[in-house]
Design a protein around this ligand. Structure first.
Ligand SMILES: Cc1cc2nc3c(=O)[nH]c(=O)nc-3n(C[C@H](O)[C@H](O)[C@H](O)COP(=O)(O)OP(=O)(O)OC[C@H]3O[C@@H](n4cnc5c(N)ncnc54)[C@H](O)[C@@H]3O)c2cc1C
Length: 427
């Protein structure tokens, strides 16, 4: 059987079940990656869907994946353009029977899977980006509790342990490769200056790719930071205050199960305390948003949140542009937006503060804010981004109906010395 393995947000060889299925069930294999966001296409909000921060990180990771596949005598065939057209050409030319990939339960991603199915091949899409698999849950995904606390309590009450990471199938050494000589690729280049301005990329150990992800996780769990994570996670600045796992998780350079395993080893060898537990707790939030998408369907989620709140959207385009360009009346908010735009990263606390400000103080549509985050964040993840935005704006499952942060109060707690504002206050 001739198959395509389509790398999506799972840019790694280790702990990749979908990849192993492909290897174990095919005779010939063609590895592909499709970048359908590079040249595109402004979002409906009038700006690029993916800015440079994430592009650089992704390109670094793709180069590494290419090297890793080369070491097994394979090649990563890279394409830029629309998925359906690319698949159509490949299926015809190489007489492909099956497509294997990870499943992504968000609207556009599901539409792509459907459009490939219409080309007459079998598509095996395997969901694998969460810590717990849907079949491990003590309830059906459709019965997922609507509050995070109930979800967590049910998981913990059953004592369910996440699966161990899987090793790469040995079949990769025997399976016959399919090569494409000519690719339709015109990749951008980024100047050293630009790379250096991106956080976390500016620090050498924060480069994209599977190897760097593993090195970083190793480095993090060699330190003492996990022991104090809960006390420092809300700080606005500092690499060490939170784990900084999200960029690698978002592109699948590492899996949550690999991180969980490293966390448990850390606890065994060092200390298990409230802080180390809290790293697991936050990974559960990540899972929770994934299962919410599965339960409610990506399209509904994107359009209205969960529809659990009223459906009236208000929006003020001028105020939105001032927010995204760091020109609001609040110098604290402007500092946050500067940091996001210059580096592609913001602490969780600052994400919450600027999101609440856009929705509550400026009266703008949460979806515009989520789209700007999608464009700028190095760790953009469809579930976590749209999940958190809808939660904060009251269109999600927050039992309090959304969060309204008092900007000045937040500043007085989290930037008492003014250090954050003075670092990021200038565009
Ligand atoms: C408006 C808004 C938008 C967001 N958009 C994204 C996004 O696009 N991609 C993304 O990965 N995270 C997003 N988050 C969640 C969170 O802010 C980041 O995961 C976190 O700041 C990343 O830094 P860290 O890895 O140091 O996190 P840590 O605090 O060290 O947490 C460890 C891991 O737990 C997970 N996690 C932590 N908090 C959350 C959360 N609230 N929701 C889901 N998972 C969480 C992440 O995978 C993170 O890497 C968003 C939060 C808000 C409020």
């Amino acid at each position: 059987m001739k198959s395509i393995y389509w790398f999506r947000n799972d840019l790694r060889l280790k702990d990749n079940q979908a990849l192993n299925y492909a290897l174990n069930n095919s005779d010939h294999i063609l590895f592909i990656h499709i970048d359908d966001t590079l040249n595109n296409e402004d979002s409906s909000w009038g700006f690029k869907r993916r800015g440079k921060h994430r592009s650089i990180f992704m390109l670094q990771g793709l180069e590494e994946l290419q090297k890793d596949l080369n070491a097994y005598g394979h090649k990563l065939n890279r394409f830029v353009g629309g998925a359906k057209n690319i698949f159509e050409g490949l299926i015809k030319q190489y007489k492909i029977n099956s497509v294997f990939c990870e499943a992504i339960f968000a609207h556009e991603e599901q539409e792509k899977e459907k459009s490939i199915m219409e080309l007459g091949v079998t598509i095996h899409a395997h969901f694998q980006s969460s810590l717990y698999m849907p079949e491990d849950l003590p309830f059906k995904v459709n019965d997922l509790p609507d509050t995070f606390t109930q979800f967590r309590n049910k998981i913990e009450a059953e004592g369910i342990v996440p699966e161990d990471p899987v090793v790469l199938s040995e079949r990769i050494k025997e399976i016959l490769p399919i090569f494409i000589v000519k690719e339709n690729l015109s990749l951008p280049t980024f100047t050293e200056d630009y790379v250096n301005s991106s956080f976390p990329i500016s620090d050498k150990k924060f480069k994209g790719g599977e190897r760097n992800a593993n090195l970083y996780i190793h480095h993090y769990f060699k330190s003492k930071y996990p022991e104090t994570y809960k006390l420092t996670r809300n700080n606005l600045m500092g690499i060490e205050c939170s784990t900084k796992f999200s960029p690698w998780l978002s592109l699948g350079f590492i899996s949550p199960n690999q991180i969980y395993k490293a966390l448990k080893e850390y606890e065994r060898k060092n200390t298990a305390n409230e802080s180390t537990y809290w790293i697991f707790f936050e990974l559960l939030w990540r899972d929770y948003f994934r299962f919410l998408f599965m339960k409610y369907g990506g399209e509904k989620f994107y359009k209205k949140g969960l529809g659990l709140s009223n459906d009236n959207f208000q929006h003020d385009e001028k105020k939105f542009i001032a927010w995204k360009d760091s020109r609001t009346p609040s110098s604290f908010i402007n500092a946050g937006m500067n940091e996001l735009n210059q580096t592609g990263f913001l602490s969780n606390r600052m994400r919450q503060i600027v999101a609440s400000y856009l929705v509550n103080e400026l009266g703008c549509d949460w979806r515009a804010g989520a789209a700007w985050f999608e464009s700028q964040l190095i760790d953009y993840d469809v579930y976590s981004n749209y999940g958190n935005w809808s939660y904060i704006s009251g269109f999600g499952t927050d039992p309090r109906g959304g969060r309204h942060f008092n900007t000045e109060k937040q500043k007085s707690i989290y930037d008492q010395s003014g250090a954050y504002e003075s670092k990021w206050g200038k565009p």
